[in-house]
Each structure stands twice: as C-alpha cells, then as structure tokens.
Design a binder for this molecule. Structure first.
Ligand SMILES: [Zn+2]
Length: 330
C-alpha cells in the first residue's frame, strides 16, 4: 500500500512539473528592448533564410515548409503592407546577406546571443556583438522539435514544441511586434500554447501588425468565413480565428471551449473536450470518460519504467468548469 501511494505521489509530481512546461515562454523579456522596434523603422521587406541543419526530429523539407507557411501567414494579413519571403537554406552565416534574417537551431549554453534564462524556447536576436544579422535562435537542447502539434503532446511530451507555431511567433518579433497582453491565445502572447494553435494569427496579432504597417483593406468586407467574428480597432477590421475545437488549448482563465475544458494536471491549463456517448465518438487516440467527455488516452511511465494510468489530481477542477458552462447555457 505504501508503494502504491509513493507511485501516485511521483505521478502527481510529474504532472505538476509538466504543468510548468505548459506555461513555458517563447522568449521572455523581449518587450523591454525598445531598440529593436526603432531599428526596423521604415523597413517593410523581410527576407528570411534557414541556416545550418535541422534537429533529428525534423526533416529539412518540414523546416522549409513551416517557414514558407509562417511567412505566408503574416503576408496574408490584408491590411498590412509588410512583405516577407522565405529565401531558402544556407550552410553558414558566411552565406547570409546583411538584410536577411537567419533562422537556426543552437545550443543555448554555447551560444553567446541566447539569453541565460532557463526554459526559453527561442530568442529573436537583434543586437548581439557576435551576430550582425537579425536571427531567430531556436533552443535545440532543452526542447524536442516536432513538425506539428501531436495530440499526445497535450498530455505527455510537454517538452515537445511545435516548430511551425514557434517560428510564426518569432517571425512576429522579426517584423517588429512585441508580446501582447490583450489575448492569451494570440500568436504573440508570451506563453507557448500546447495545441500549436499559435500557428494561426488572432485578431489581436493582425491588428497590431496593421497598426505598424498600415494598408487600406478591411478584411471583414471580403469575408469572415463560418461565422467568424469581425473585430474592429482604430482603422482596421479583421476576422477572428475560431478556437475551441477538440484538443485546443484552454485554461481556467481562458475558457474558450463550447463544451468543457479538461484541466490536465494542476497547472490550471488543459484542452477542449467534446460530449460523447461511447469511445467510437472520440477517435482512435481518445476515449469517452465516465462524465461523457472525450479525453486522450494517457500513459505516463512510473518510477520503475512501467506504464500506468495516472490519477487525475485536478479532476474536481474540470467538473467545476463543466458546471459553470452548463449554468451559462441555460
Ligand atoms: Zn516572443
């Protein structure tokens, strides 16, 4: 009995520790560097290149495709005049032109331009004596880089980060945006969200971009598809992305789910669930729990290397959330 209790304690610790990783910041501290914003004054064109080798968990073609997509995502904001291009892969910094932004994986302990701060996923360097170019430095040591947000990473591999979402955020810094405090789900929010949803821009991201590179188009006039909300600020109107699908990030303070937010661990963050009657309604990697909600099958290793299903230390929390949701629906 004593051993069983010890196992549960260890599992609770694992869940607690991973909860902190869920709230990992991309690159804390950037907004306090006003020099970077001034340095870009008047610039509207941003050529971006990848330098060196990707980590073993990503292929070069996955890297290229994510960078092409990230560039396109920022270009697609119709009220902005900023123009980004992905100009390919270079072997080393010697092959990078002065106006190009270099994206590369580094060992943060060995890189003089990466801040000495634990847990940073990435850093956009504007002013560093060892690096003349603007550069996006990606932490290759403390994180495993994935080409997409695998559903499993919602629960287990919380040091796995979604490469497309992270580069979309960092490229936001490259073009002069700082962190936003207006929307916790925005691409430019300081915290990395486990669902990879920051690969799509929130209305707040688009509005900040358009304030910096003002064009004339009103995005909502063309179309906001599928009931997406049109958000207006100052001279600009943009369409808000829809969030809250199964597996999307949510939190006690970001209650965006139409059905319920399943809190995982004690970090007050989790993912949106769906109502279900049986496992078949939830998909291969999920099951219908006793409360009629889909949840991912969770397997964490215990201290002797065997797999076990952990207890839900915060199951009360999400029951409370569910009750709140039902009351609101009435
Ligand atoms: Zn950032």
């Amino acid at each position: 009995m004593k051993i069983l209790q010890l196992n549960i304690a260890i599992i609770a610790l694992i869940v607690g520790a991973t909860g902190q990783v869920q709230a990992a910041t991309f690159d804390d501290g950037l907004p306090t560097q006003p020099i970077l914003i001034n340095a870009l004054e008047g610039q509207t064109e941003y050529p971006i290149v990848f330098v060196g080798e990707p980590p073993t968990t990503l292929t070069q073609s996955e890297v290229n495709s994510a960078l092409r997509q990230a560039v396109q995502t920022w270009n697609n904001v119709s009220c902005s005049t900023a123009t980004l291009t992905f100009d390919g892969v270079r072997d080393s910094m010697a092959d990078v032109a002065a106006n190009e932004t270099a994206v590369m994986f580094v060992d943060p302990d060995a890189d003089p331009c990466f801040p000495e701060q634990d847990g940073l996923i990435a850093w956009t360097s504007f002013v560093c004596s060892d690096l003349e170019n603007v550069a996006v430095l990606l932490n290759a040591t403390d994180y495993t880089w994935a080409p997409d947000p695998a559903p499993d990473s919602n629960l287990t591999g919380l040091t796995i980060v979604d490469f497309p979402a992270v580069v979309t955020h960092e490229i936001g810094h490259v073009i002069g945006l700082s962190h936003t405090e207006e929307d916790r789900l925005a691409t430019m929010a300081a915290s990395y969200l486990i669902d990879g949803g920051q690969v799509s821009l929130a209305a707040d991201d688009k509005l900040n971009l358009c304030a910096r590179y003002p064009g004339e188009t009103n995005e909502c006039e063309s179309n906001c598809a599928d009931g997406r909300e049109c958000i207006t600020r100052d001279d600009f109107s943009v369409c808000e992305e829809q969030r809250g699908g199964y597996g999307d990030y949510c939190a006690i303070s970001a209650d965006i789910c139409p059905t319920a937010c399943l809190i995982t661990g004690d970090a007050q963050t989790g993912y949106c669930s769906l109502a279900c009657e049986d496992d078949a309604a939830c998909g291969d990697d999920s099951e219908c729990n006793e409360n009629g909600l889909c949840q991912y099958r969770e397997v964490l290793p215990d201290d002797d290397g065997c797999s076990s299903t952990p207890v839900g230390p915060a199951s009360l929390v999400w029951l409370v959330l569910l009750a709140i949701r039902r009351r609101r629906d009435r």
